[in-house]
Design a protein around this ligand. Structure first.
Ligand SMILES: NC(=O)c1ccc[n+]([C@@H]2O[C@H](COP(=O)([O-])OP(=O)(O)OC[C@H]3O[C@@H](n4cnc5c(N)ncnc54)[C@H](O)[C@@H]3O)[C@@H](O)[C@H]2O)c1
Length: 434
């Protein structure tokens, strides 16, 4: 996908208005950035395959002549490249000569922000936003599920630091805000080593709360809708205590997050630590690991490859899906608001998994047709396999607290988010990295 294709994508919100920027100005915190600039950091081929080296040289030369930095264009020049040479089966990496322009903040408005798990899916999008907004960002990650490449476009920037560190070990740094995300989030990964997962949730959160206490930093925990387990009330509001199997296969994650919340409010009540708790519902978007078994990436990758879509069970179980930019808006709003109670962040549009499979299949066909002029040779089928143990039947957030306290509501329709994600995976396939 070229830069001009990225710029020409039209995205409409739930009310049919164009989305040209994400973020808002609220609670004295400006977090608005141009969608095109943000997109240029992820909606592009990471690898450039070239059979003809001369052609690549020409492309590079043209990009280096792009206009001077602006927050609305000329961003091709900020892209690092990994150039694949098919003949020698090798890759040459280029580093950035210029970074995307970031806001110039007065010292008083500039926060020193620590993002644990910042090299993961959610973390890297949060980091992009905080960096473009002009803050000092430190990412702490052990790269268990995250990858250096998801934030490599900031390495070397004077406002950015990347630290390989496991949060179960203590860590000291001066900071004003801590977004504590470090924890594997997909069942495949958190069940890989269940004891380590619960240790990360407990010991990691304990360490980061200790740091918040010492530095007087504001602390935000990314908890999860999984604290509600297989819920008996629908939709789930924050006062519902949940219905969790403490010894089931998901317990290391669900109970880990529950104890992390307990710790967070322990430090708040006992030591006066300034805390925020976000209970995140299913979120999807570019940079999600395509092989971690989450339903959105599973369906898209299967449909793009022309494989049948696998639905577990009969597909009547429901899920709601939130797009990454809405979540990042919500996390930043929560961090900068006065709300100390847990807050649900999710999209209330509920789908059965079967409906969702049909939607993904249609969108993949539409995107291939409109972007590439290719009609799919055959409609992929939807097939059924056995339901995993303890899979929740229903999940939908009650987001009235987020609306009242944060003035936050999801703007992205599931269709718009899915289209963008299909383009992202399509580009990754074209470059040969998927
Ligand atoms: N994505 C979702 O739908 C969703 C839903 C609910 C909650 N959450 C929460 O949001 C946070 C981020 O989720 P994600 O989807 O980006 O997952 P992810 O797996 O992509 O990111 C997690 C990051 O944490 C890092 N990490 C894991 N263990 C660590 C440790 N011990 N020390 C340091 N770093 C460690 C990983 O390497 C990775 O970069 C998690 O806390 C997750 O529980 C996500």
């Amino acid at each position: 996908m070229t830069s001009s294709t990225v710029q020409s994508i039209r995205t409409l919100d739930k009310s049919g208005n164009d989305i040209t920027s994400v973020g808002f100005q609220r609670f004295g915190f400006d977090c608005e950035v141009s969608l095109d600039v943000l997109r240029s950091l992820y909606l592009r081929p990471h690898y450039v395959t070239t059979a003809n080296e001369d052609k690549t040289e020409r492309v590079d030369t043209k990009e280096s002549n792009d206009p001077a930095p602006s927050t609305n264009g000329g961003y091709a020049a900020y892209q690092s490249k990994s150039i694949y040479h098919p003949q020698s089966h090798s890759i040459s990496y280029t580093t950035l000569s210029r970074f995307p322009p970031v806001k110039l903040l007065p010292q008083a408005g500039r926060k020193r922000v620590l993002v644990t798990g910042g090299a993961g899916f959610v973390g890297s999008h949060l980091v992009d936003r905080l960096m473009l907004l002009g803050h000092d960002v430190t990412v702490l990650d052990n790269f268990f599920t995250g990858s250096k490449t998801s934030v490599s476009h900031w390495v070397g920037h004077p406002n950015f630091e990347l630290v390989r560190h496991d949060v179960v070990e203590p860590f000291m740094i001066e900071c004003d805000q801590i977004y504590h995300l470090a924890c594997p989030a997909s069942p495949v990964h958190y069940q890989f080593n269940a004891v380590k997962t619960i240790k990360t949730s407990f010991q990691g959160t304990l360490n980061m709360l200790g740091l918040a206490k010492r530095t007087k930093a504001r602390f935000l925990l990314t908890s999860t809708s999984e604290v509600y387990g297989d819920p008996e009330v629908h939709p789930q509001h924050e006062d519902y205590w949940g219905h969790v199997n403490p010894i089931g296969p998901r317990a290391c994650y669900d109970e880990g997050k529950r104890v992390a919340e307990t710790l967070t409010y322990g430090f708040h009540n006992q030591d006066g630590v300034d805390v925020r708790v976000a209970r995140i519902f299913n979120t999807y978007g570019p940079r999600m690991n395509p092989f971690d078994g989450r339903v959105v990436s599973n369906f898209i990758v299967q449909a793009l490859r022309g494989e049948d879509l696998t639905v577990y069970g009969d597909g009547t179980q429901t899920r709601s899906f939130q797009y990454i930019h809405d979540l990042v808006d919500g996390l930043i709003a929560l961090m900068n608001s006065d709300e100390t109670r847990p807050v649900n962040l999710g999209n209330g549009d509920e789908f059965t998994i079967l409906e969702f499979a049909h939607l993904v299949r249609d969108i993949v066909e539409d995107v291939k047709r409109t972007d590439d002029g290719i009609a799919s040779p055959r409609r992929v089928n939807i097939i059924h396999e056995g339901l995993p143990k303890d899979d929740p039947q229903k999940r939908r957030p009650d987001t009235s607290r987020a609306k009242a306290s944060l003035e936050w509501q999801p703007r992205w329709t599931v269709r718009m988010g899915l289209e963008e994600m299909v383009r992202y995976y399509k580009a990754k396939m074209a470059e040969g990295s998927l």
